[in-house]
Design a binder for this molecule. Structure first.
Ligand code: UDP
Length: 265
């Protein structure tokens, strides 16, 4: 299939497939493709808190593009094909597995509270948790037993998802460490991608400061969505700083293509 020259479909005539809290999915230019549109909406606490933060969608589109393109380049399969414009990317249509996969490297949030671990403690090994994607139920944490019993994923698929989660975590930890940022934890989603009769699990959705906890190595400043959740302000500035350090946007704000900027310790 030729993804280089997509048929142009005016925005108004595009078929909307799905609208989520921070993104909209439209029908893509070819069968098996979709367009993922990043909105400026920020939500937290199961959408009880909602705000429009101008510029967030543009930044997440760029940061997520950068991460997914690099994952593709190192052989971690994702749904990402290419970025189309400021707010949109072309992706492969997948069947989303209804699980949020959270990987934790440092204790914070519910892990610290529930288990009485000091906030900020480096974990002895990365921990993978699964949450069942269901807003009505508040995305409850589930075990592998629940996942297989209710048929959300097979044991083989769970193994594949965990292997992907470890690879994504290793890649992201190194990427962010190189630019002076600690990857505390993140959430990823996966989907089933069919190619002819073969199915494989790929990384889907987005990976951005909306779905990661990112702390500055030196100051422990939060550079992620916790700034919104905790009413700290400065969200766009923090996301811009993440993009700048990764070399995605330069000081003048216009997106550039240079590589990551090494932060000396
Ligand atoms: N996360 C997310 N979307 C969600 C839930 C969590 O992106 O719907 C991310 C969140 O940004 C953080 C990690 O997953 O990086 C763990 O968040 P969680 O909500 O589980 O918070 P905690 O339990 O640590 O308070």
């Amino acid at each position: 299939m030729d993804f280089k020259t997509p048929r142009y479909i005016p925005m108004s005539r595009r078929r909307r497939i799905y609208e989520g809290k921070a993104k909209v999915l439209y029908e893509g230019p070819e069968p098996g493709t979709l367009i993922q549109h990043f909105k400026d909406d920020a939500t937290a606490f199961n959408a009880k808190k909602h705000e429009v933060i101008e510029g967030k969608g543009v930044l997440n589109n760029r940061i997520s593009e950068y991460i997914f393109q690099h994952l593709n380049d190192i052989g971690v399969p994702t749904h990402f094909i290419r970025r189309l414009n400021m707010r949109e990317q072309l992706i492969r249509e997948v069947e989303i597995i209804p699980l949020e996969v959270v990987v934790r490297n440092v204790a914070t949030g519910s892990l610290a509270t529930r288990l009485g671990i000091d906030e900020g403690t480096q974990l002895p090994r990365s921990i993978i948790e699964f949450y069942y994607k269901n807003d009505k139920l508040n995305d409850p944490m589930v075990s592998e037993e629940h996942i297989t019993a209710f048929g959300w994923a097979s044991p083989q698929e769970i193994d594949d998802i965990m292997a992907l989660a470890i690879r994504v975590n290793d890649f992201l930890s190194g990427l962010f460490l190189g630019v002076g940022i600690r990857l505390v934890d993140f959430k990823m989603e996966t989907g089933r991608l069919w190619e002819n009769d073969v199915m494989r699990i790929v990384v889907a959705d987005e990976i951005s400061p909306d779905s990661c906890r990112l702390w500055d190595i030196k100051t422990n400043d939060k550079m992620d969505k916790d700034r919104f959740r905790r009413d700290m302000g400065g969200l766009v500035e923090a996301y811009t700083e993440v993009a700048k350090r990764l070399g995605i946007v330069a000081d003048g704000e216009r997106p550039q293509g240079s590589g990551p900027v090494l932060v000396k310790g």
